[in-house]
Write a protein that binds this ligand. Structure first.
Ligand code: SOE
Length: 418
């Protein structure tokens, strides 16, 4: 069976980011002087908006080790980024990301652009001594992902990856339950991520449908989310076997692009060069089995990110469209009283929930980004890595890469988890 090499000698996520007086290690000095960390955000569409809101809000709900300042937002379209600076609350705006990365006033760079520019921007930011946040998937290729990890480690700067669904209180609670052994031996991780925003053949050829821009389609965009949740909750994968499908191969060219989920069309047609849907099976290092499906053609499903985990002591079910709750089956409840109960993850004892509102007052999608930024700043202030980080990005990209190879070669592939 063919082996897909992963990061050679990859040691577990470096849990101790050296908090020394590293040249270009900006946050160490900030933690000492308590000057707010100045953010440079590259990208101002959907994720730029979500991240801007999170930076603005995080200090209002969490006791931060370091305040953050919305310093500069950057985008190629001057009218668009100027409007974004105004509406999203940024002090300055630029149209050239290099100016932001090389601005000595900036401490943290947030890469929220399409995947084809993640590597160039993040590597430049690391070399400039900035801490780096990056949207998922980390990169369009495994080689780029490895180069990004090498750059941040070489520069000794902090790094984080916006796998925000790890930060929903219900998901973090499930992680706590698993770590405490409440589900026992894990047998199954079963996940789907179902959307339908391109099921209409008239939807135009936006950047997410072009391989040179996005790297892949559902595999990297939403498949990466459920893969990351599987790794976060169950552990590393050892083998995968996958398939992909492109239902509609030609689409109208995209005209003026708003956010790419609602672009307008122009004249002419272009080729779709990414997958519209993917499904893959996996084995985990701890013996559990995995089944994953991601599609943009599940007509009627909008952001249906759902997983179920079955263990010897019980099972859990989470659905992002009902993100404030999860289902729990305790296999040790009294005989005759067992059943899936609905747990509302809004108690003070649930991760993050107590920082917002009293029990029963729910939170939303945008709060997962706030929670992620808080976790990162807290971990970094203790000289530790946050989760998820660029190491997770390389591990995820290794699996995504293997799935694409498996789909072509139509066979199982083994992952080297050195
Ligand atoms: C589009 O599929 C998208 O915006 C993804 O890119 C995000 O990561 C996901 O959270 C919502 O859907």
């Amino acid at each position: 069976m063919s082996r897909v090499s992963t990061e050679k000698n990859a040691t577990p996520a470096r849990n101790r980011q050296p908090l020394g007086e590293h040249i270009g290690y900006p946050l160490y000095n900030l933690f000492m002087t308590k000057r707010p960390a100045r953010i440079g955000l590259i990208g101002y569409q959907f994720m730029g908006k979500a991240h801007s809101n999170a930076y603005r809000q995080v200090g209002r709900y969490f006791d931060l080790p370091l305040e953050v300042e919305l310093h500069t937002i950057c985008g190629r379209n001057e009218a668009g980024v100027a409007r974004a600076a105004q509406t999203l609350g940024w002090k300055h705006y630029k149209t050239d990301w290099r100016e932001v990365v090389n601005d000595p006033e900036i401490d943290i760079i947030d890469v929220s652009t399409p995947g084809d520019s993640h590597a160039e921007i993040a590597i430049a930011a690391a070399k400039a001594g900035k801490a780096v946040f990056c949207e998922k998937p980390l990169a369009n290729t495994l080689e780029e992902a490895k180069a990004m990890l090498a750059a941040v480690e070489e520069a000794g700067v902090n790094h984080a990856l916006f796998h925000n669904y790890r930060k929903a209180p219900a998901v973090a609670m499930i992680k706590r339950m698993i770590d405490e052994g409440q589900l026992g031996t894990l047998y199954h991780f079963r996940a789907v991520y179902l959307q339908d925003w391109i099921a209409n053949p008239e939807f135009p050829l936006v950047w997410r449908l072009q391989k040179e821009r996005a790297g892949s389609g559902t595999l990297g965009d939403i498949g990466s989310h459920i893969l990351d949740l599987g790794r976060f909750l169950v552990g590393e994968l050892t083998e995968v076997c996958g398939t992909t499908k492109t239902f509609i191969k030609q689409r109208p060219l995209a005209g003026e692009i708003g956010d790419s989920l609602d672009a307008k069309t122009a004249s002419g047609m272009g080729e779709v060069t990414v997958d519209d849907a993917t499904a893959f099976l996996a084995h985990f290092q701890n013996g559990a089995m995995g089944s994953f499906e991601a599609t943009r053609f599940a007509v009627g499903r909008k952001n249906h990110n759902r997983f179920e985990i079955n263990g010897s002591r019980g099972s859990v079910v989470f659905n992002m469209e009902r993100m404030n709750e999860f289902e729990y089956y305790n296999n040790e409840d009294p005989e005759g009283l067992r059943g899936f109960r609905l747990v509302q993850a809004t108690e003070g004892s649930h991760p993050y929930a107590g920082n917002y509102w009293p029990v029963g007052h729910i939170i939303g999608y945008e709060h997962t980004f706030i929670n992620l930024i808080y976790d990162a700043l807290l971990a970094w202030s203790k000289g530790e890595n946050t989760n998820a980080n660029f190491y997770d990005g390389v591990k995820n990209q290794t699996v995504l890469d293997a799935i694409e190879k498996s789909a072509v070669e139509r066979r199982w592939l083994t992952l080297d988890n050195d």
